[in-house]
Design a protein around this ligand. Sequence first.
Ligand SMILES: C[S@@+](CC[C@H](N)C(=O)[O-])C[C@H]1O[C@@H](n2cnc3c(N)ncnc32)[C@H](O)[C@@H]1O
Length: 174
Amino acid sequence: MSDPEGMRKAEQAAIIVELAFGFAPNLVKLKRQNPEARVIGIERPEMAPFQADTSYQEAVAEGAEIMFLDYRKDLPKDLFGSVDEVIVIAPQPWGNEWYASSSETAEAMADLVRPGGHIYVAAAEATTAERMAKVFEKRFGMTVEPKEVSRFEVPFQSDYLLDRVWVIDFFTPR
Ligand SMILES: C[S@@+](CC[C@H](N)C(=O)[O-])C[C@H]1O[C@@H](n2cnc3c(N)ncnc32)[C@H](O)[C@@H]1O
């Protein structure tokens, strides 16, 4: 029996992942804008104790799922290739002993995204965006060019973004 309403709902079901959500400035908004979706925030386990006074609490109350894990090695394999939208707000140069490098972060994003899915990166540094773009080009066999924009054109918040931001925003091949 045809069930257009049910089909529409199934199509709307989506998984959105924000890697490295920090103090969660964006998770509440993501969940409110996409109430039907699984919105998953991923951060390092070491950041868990510092979430008390952040919007993290509100995001959890709204129904966002939180995973405290190191995305270089502990991403759940069942999410691989199944995420509709993967977001990273990368306001600082990454790559000290605790942090994933920008290349590793791009690899994790590429592992998660589904064919035809959406990748969005806002980076404060051109070098970060260029390194990530190289990973995406290799993984998806397509040209990926970061675009320089004003921070007001970035639909996500971060206390750390400077005035100019390098954005990577594309859909992966189907
Ligand atoms: C500069 S902060 C950005 C936070 C947030 N996106 C924002 O714009 O406010 C980078 C974040 O990446 C997280 N991070 C770095 N490497 C990670 C990894 N391997 N697994 C999970 N989180 C990681 C850090 O804990 C840190 O909170």
